[in-house]
Design a binder for this molecule. Structure first.
Ligand code: TXA
Ligand code: MG
Length: 398
């Protein structure tokens, strides 16, 4: 990786209106107008922004991230008045979603107005994903720049998304023009991406901070994209339960005391990958720590028992072991790194802490990680989706 840029870093207190913060945002907005790349905080994760209309600027985003070019970017706006020049007329359901959830962690896929943004942003699709973030710094940066701002998460491709400016620095220092440090982000997971399929019908392409139950306040029918199989909501016929798609430990597997069967586990990974996702980004290995991670789901006591046993035998083989758990269970393991992402009885905190926890395993050189599953309702749906991705589809049901 070559580093050839001087990355300007500004510290800005969100919500503050002091002269230093105002000057920092003005400088960053100027960089965007000039075709530069600037990382900035949002309420979900840090984004890496560029003027969505300028191909050279957008190409710098792909280059800095090492992102595959067929993965389109979300365009961020600060005001609905920006929409007219970006998208073609849309329906009442989209309007209702915007009214209810913007600004906020909901991205809506809309018909793109021809030539409104660089083809690099849409990856050649006839749609564009639009979002209005709920973060004072992001909103001010976007409106001062006067640009529609294309911004993927500000991490190297495949790495966990950044929830702190420090994470952005780790991945992108010297590769981007600027970074606004606005402290920790809020939700901690990327926005929910949706597309409508007729009046009152919304399909979730990527689960996030806006949950299916919240979407149902606005849309009669909320569907989960098939590519999300393996992490579903109970009781929704279009979704599937983990158990149906995951590997049953001790079933077809050869042994459980020598690590779970790699064959069965790989079959699951292949199954998950075989489904062509409508949101192109969902097909890539994402959010992954460097160590090999397995997501363990099932009866709580059996999950803990399984993880303890597996971690113990891996430790005997001389591997550096890690357990990703919750505050309530942190004392129950004896691995080299036992890291809680947050509270099981308050999964919002686990969502906030997930990516920092994954990065911490890397910092400690962990080679094998077992992650405890969580209930997949509410924000748990998004959390389980990211956990399954971080595990590369390696899911064990005990
Ligand atoms: O919370 C977020 O959404 C963050 C912050 C920075 O706003 N951004 C983010 O961007 O997560 P990124 O690039 O990491 O993820 C964009 C997702 C990908 O899964 C991509 O495939 C999908 O949105 N996407 C973008 N344009 C699309 C389109 N036209 N149709 C379907 N999916 C699209
Ligand atoms: Mg991303």
């Amino acid at each position: 990786m070559t580093t050839n840029k001087m990355t300007s870093i500004w510290r800005v207190r969100p919500g503050s209106n002091d002269p230093a913060s105002r000057a920092a945002i003005a400088e960053a907005a100027q960089l965007l107008r000039e075709g530069g790349t600037v990382a900035f905080p949002t309420e979900t994760v840090y984004g890496l922004g560029a003027d969505a209309r300028r191909t050279e600027a957008v190409e710098q985003v792909f280059a800095a991230k090492g992102r595959p070019s067929d993965n389109p970017l979300i365009v961020h706006i600060a005001d609905e008045s920006q929409l007219a020049e970006l998208v073609l007329p849309y329906g009442e359901t989209e309007q209702a979603l915007m009214k209810r959830f913007w600004p906020g962690p909901l991205t809506i896929v809309l018909p793109v107005r021809p030539d409104a943004v660089s083809p690099r942003v849409t990856a050649g699709l006839d749609t564009v994903a639009i979002r209005m973030p709920q973060h004072a710094v992001a909103l001010r940066l976007i409106s001062e720049s006067g640009c529609p701002v294309a911004a993927p998460s500000a991490n190297r491709s495949g790495r966990p998304s950044p929830t702190l400016a420090e994470h952005v620095r780790e991945d992108l220092d010297g590769l981007i023009d600027g970074l606004i440090d606005g402290g920790p982000t809020g939700v901690g997971l990327e926005s929910t991406v949706v597309i409508t399929e007729g009046p009152g019908v919304v399909r979730i392409l990527r689960p996030g901070g806006v949950t299916p139950a919240m979407l149902r306040e606005v849309a009669e029918t909320v569907l989960l994209d098939e590519s999300l199989a393996g992490v579903g909501e109970d009781g929704n016929t279009t979704t599937m339960n983990n158990a149906k798609h995951a590997v049953k430990a001790g079933g077809t597997t050869e042994s459980t005391n020598n690590g779970q069967s790699s064959k069965a586990v790989n079959d699951t990974a292949n199954q998950l990958q075989a489904k062509a996702p409508r949101s192109p980004g969902m097909k890539y290995a994402h959010y992954a720590p460097q160590g090999e991670m397995v997501l363990v789901s099932g009866v709580a006591s059996a999950v803990r028992e399984y993880i303890r046993r597996e971690a113990e035998s891996a430790a005997e083989r001389g591997e550096v072991t890690g357990v990703l758990t919750y505050d309530e269970h942190q004392d129950e393991y004896a691995a080299d790194a036992v890291i809680s992402c947050g509270r099981l009885d308050q999964l919002e905190t686990a969502a906030q802490g997930l990516y920092a926890a994954l990065r911490e395993f890397d910092a400690r050189g962990v080679q094998r990680i077992w992650a405890e599953a969580c209930p997949d309702d509410g924000i748990g749906l998004a959390l389980m989706n990211r956990l399954a991705k971080a595990a590369g589809g390696r899911i064990v049901v005990v």
